[in-house]
Design a protein around this ligand. Sequence first.
Ligand code: CA
Ligand code: CA
Ligand code: CA
Length: 604
Amino acid sequence: MPDFFSHESKPNPRSSALRGVVLAGAAALLLAAAPAAAAPARGAQVDTRPNIVFIMTDDQTADSMKVMRNLNLAVRQQGTTFSQAISTYPLCCPSRATYLTGQYSHNHGVIHNAGAFGGYVRLDNTNTLPVWLQQAGYRTIHLGRYLNGYGTQNPDVTEIPPGWSDWHSTVDPFTFNYAKWRMNDNGIIHDEPGFLNPGEHQTDYFGRRAAELIDRAAPKPQPFFLSLTFPAPHSGSPRDNDDPIGFLTPSPAPRHRNFFSRTPLPRPPNFDESNVYDKPQIVADRGRIRGAIFSAVQENYQQELESLLSVDEAVGNVIAALTRSGELQNTLIIYTSDNGFFHGEHRVRSSKILPYEPGLRVPLAMRGPGVPVNKRLTQMVGNIDYAPTILDAARAQPGRLLDGRSLLELTRDPSLETGRELVIENGHGVNQVPRFRALRNNRFLYVEHATTGETELYDMRKDPYQLGNLEDSDLYAPVRRLLARRLRSLKRCRGTRCNAGRPSVRLALSELQPPRKKGKRRARRNQSCVSRGVRLRLSGRERRRVERVQYSLGRRRLGSSRRPPFNTDVKRSRLPSGRELRVRARVTTLDGRVVTVDRPVKTC
Ligand SMILES: [Ca+2]
Ligand SMILES: [Ca+2]
Ligand SMILES: [Ca+2]
């Protein structure tokens, strides 16, 4: 593995100029007042916006990040990991179109990898993230795979989608061949590996070229956006000696082969699920994971981990290049995958699509300016959030209504909860999984299968492995009705309406009154600030759906309540004097939503 920490950090003109430069007054004011406004005028001052490196793997599980040393040291320990990151459509092309638009599949319209409703040509490539970033003054670089069908659906293989300053893409149908693939390099088609690097593994090629592209872009005054999208660890050619018969696996770099051949396949409680009577037909019809099938699933698992070692070395190359150019501290790095993957959970041998956790969960780690170091955030976030995050960091404007929200909201305010619910979709049905729609929140997964009318409900607080479908439970009937109603409204949501599930509650605050003296009623005076203790209480339309409220002031806990009206009295001595304070209530509803509501309070 490259020792990227040994590279000396040279000061970069753009980063070091940050400290010295004084923005022209008007421009500085404009920037401060409207951070989301268009790009600052260039020329007059140095552009201090961060570079952005977005790294996306293919079919990688969140858990597999554990084998990636560089990623763990240089991104996760130096940044924030989102432990509940969800792919809202767990399939390559729809998920990647979501990354490029900040929209659900039902809004960007790419609902399959191929066919009339899927693939490269289905996306309106004139209105995507790189177009918006380029308009905002970023140099935009693509390296890796693009949308499925790029190279086969477009009659002109030299075609380059709009928005990219620098284009280096694999060309289908050669993308998933780790030993021999075709590239479109700014319109020039050629086969790799070339004669200068005979036998180079595809992932190594991307790692090498990523560093070259950063070396070239970093010295320029213009900030850059690098979208680095690995086909690994997706299955692909060539076949290896240890490949199981009739089973697709990736092809790790020769030096990493069998590195994990003694690593056993994890067998969580839902592995080879024994009782599937509660499950829909699409799961109940599946055979057990035994004998040769078990060995094949395990071999695939091991080869995926092995192929991630090359990805991790490529991450090391990226960090090293950013370090040598002095740009590391002013670069936002985001690492994720397009979807998760099954390895025998719920009897699914080797696939994605289904709305259970192994398919939905993706790795998500981020480092960069303002991102907390060595932090883990548990809020549920989704692939619809990547574009809003990147635009937020770049202070650029989208050309579409965004369904997601910026992850920087959470890195700026790590205890914020937005009452989030995500829709999980699979278009008209894909890969033998008929059409379903699901709603997932912090606690529940609710699924409706359109063709069979089957439904599923899991309480992940009690059943994290989704073993017991609660669709017939009387106890959960009210929750099921609420989730079904919100799924109906959210499954076609657009823009901010996608946040409509936010619980309608408010935080009320009143000053505690002293004991009344005989014959004399004491009036409240000086109502602009509180001079006594306060009573915190919840109000709002959905108060009756609340399960628990925890009150806090900054990091200090002020109390909690599980009984309506969720009162908590706070003594005056616990509130600092003469300050504008912000009291926060963390509200958990019975149907699994979590939201924080704030209330300013001024102490006298
Ligand atoms: Ca994928
Ligand atoms: Ca293989
Ligand atoms: Ca092996």
